[in-house]
Write a protein that binds this ligand. Structure first.
Ligand code: IMP
Ligand code: MG
Length: 460
């Protein structure tokens, strides 16, 4: 690569230490010129990564944000919705960036999100009634459930001779499942075991029925998948040897996180989480690489989340509205208004640890510019017990929903920061704010951003 800035070496990840949308896309874009490989491992089209560079603004869901600078990989654990990936390839092409086998490799072991995953995602949310997770509706939960069930259609299936037959089987089963979820008593007709072992004649009878009465359109799906098969073909390759070869030869590998550590299915704020591992551990699971040099943990200068679940520092007053409007806090993927609040150092420290962060990146500092004072949550009160940073027992709703934030108030700086190109350029009170976050997280601040453009971020 010609335009290296030599900011980092080895294997570096960019993770989000909270509930997502903390500016990973722009940090990746900033770091990618030093990368030989950029690897995406978590989530799928539920992600929304915004990149602003000299070519303009780009919003990606599946395409790695490193696509402008390096060779990118979609690892096995990414959930690919083929229509969305193709649409992103097309829109990049229209803007002069060609996506081909030269800059994108797609693992054949990826499981694809198909129409039924989205439908089941929405049906599940309806079934949860008042306690919906507030998913993005992109099919994540059902996709990863199928993967854990060891079922589903993977990218390599597109290239096998029995693909059409496999799709028909899946279609038939999913059609029955949809009718079942809609309240029909079908399972008593035939057990899953009988379904698996039925004769071809029996199966064809059932498939015929499904084809004539399904919420899904078999022919349409088949055509879309054929299009994906042809489009992806040059890019599909076994990615593990490529990753290990790069690692063994001392190449620079950048892991592009998605979502946020607090959305981890196990260690996050379960059940208000996503269905994958947006953490350092998740990267290792997807790549077999355990030796990681840096993990930059992204956080805004305040805290936000989208979807359901407890959020101790949420502001529902005019300051909350100010953060939403100035910070343009509307979801990249769903357009939903994000819930915003003061910086929560307690949950962020917990999240930084799950993320495996070695350093943090504070984004959107400029969003606080106009406030006359700023608050940081430095502890929770639960009943009569006080918990400081590093002391909470859990981030699950049973604990978090009872936590009352304890704030420390600091002076606002009330000056624009977007022109700052170094820490020293920041107003004194903004410097103090950044240093206080660093202290509370017990992790060095590596980057600060003061605006969406590439040049509006500096390293410390
Ligand atoms: P799902 O991943 O669509 O199942 O959504 C589960 C929860 O994770 C919901 O609260 C979503 O709003 C949240 N979520 C999923 N992906 C992202 C993301 O990329 N950024 C922020 N929140 C996300
Ligand atoms: Mg996002």
């Amino acid at each position: 690569m010609s335009n290296r800035s030599q900011q980092w070496h080895g294997t570096t990840l960019v993770n989000d230490i909270a509930w997502g949308d903390n500016g990973k896309g722009r940090i990746i874009d900033y770091l990618a010129s030093d990368a030989d490989l950029v690897i995406r491992w978590a989530g799928g089209p539920n992600a929304g990564h915004t990149v602003n560079n000299e070519r303009g603004e780009f919003k990606f869901h599946l395409m790695p944000s490193g696509i402008f600078e390096a060779t990118c990989i979609l690892a096995d654990t990414v959930a690919v919705d083929p229509d969305i990936l193709i649409a992103e390839m097309d829109s990049l092409q229209k803007r002069g960036v060609t996506v081909s086998e030269k800059n994108l490799m797609i693992s054949p072991d990826i499981t694809m999100i198909l129409d039924w995953h989205k439908r089941r995602d929405n049906l599940n949310e309806v079934a949860r009634g008042g306690s919906a997770i507030g998913t993005t509706g992109k099919g994540m939960g059902p996709l990863y459930a199928d993967r854990a069930e060891r079922t589903g259609i993977q990218i390599h299936h597109l290239y096998s001779s029995d693909f059409e037959e496999r799709l028909l089987r899946e279609f038939t089963w999913q059609t029955r499942l949809a009718r079942l979820m809609g309240g029909e008593r079908l399972l008593s007709e035939l057990s899953a075991n009988e379904f698996a072992h039925m004769s071809r004649e029996q199966f064809m009878k059932m498939a015929k029925k499904a084809l004539s009465d399904s919420p899904y359109d078999f022919e349409d799906m088949l055509q879309r998948l054929y299009r994906a098969r042809d489009r992806f073909k040059p890019m599909v390759c076994d990615v593990i040897p490529v990753i290990w070869d790069a690692f063994d030869n001392g190449k620079n590998i950048l892991g592009e996180g998605a979502q946020g550590a607090l959305l981890d299915i196990d260690l996050g704020t379960t059940p208000f989480v996503t269905s994958s591992h947006p953490t350092r551990g998740g990267f290792s699971i997807a790549t077999g690489i355990y030796d990681i040099d840096n993990v930059y943990g992204a956080t805004r200068a305040y805290t936000a989340r989208v979807g359901g679940g407890p959020f101790p520092t949420e502001l529902t007053d005019s300051i909350g509205d100010h953060l939403v409007e100035v910070g343009k806090e509307y979801g990249t993927t769903t357009g939903r208004r994000r819930r915003c609040g003061w910086f929560d150092a307690v949950i962020s420290r917990f999240g930084a640890r799950i993320a495996g962060a070695t350093e943090v990146a504070i984004t959107k500092l400029d969003v606080l510019d106009e406030l006359d004072e700023v608050k940081i949550c430095t502890g929770y009160e639960v009943g009569r017990t006080h918990y400081g940073v590093g002391q909470i027992p859990s981030v699950k709703p049973r604990f978090l929903s009872q936590a009352k934030p304890v704030y420390e108030t600091m002076a606002g700086w009330q000056e624009p920061t977007s022109g700052a190109r170094s820490f020293e350029d920041l107003p004194d009170d903004a410097q103090k704010y950044v240093l206080r976050i660093q202290e509370l997280l017990d992790t060095n601040v590596k980057f600060v951003s003061v605006g969406p453009q590439r040049e509006e971020m500096f390293s410390m």
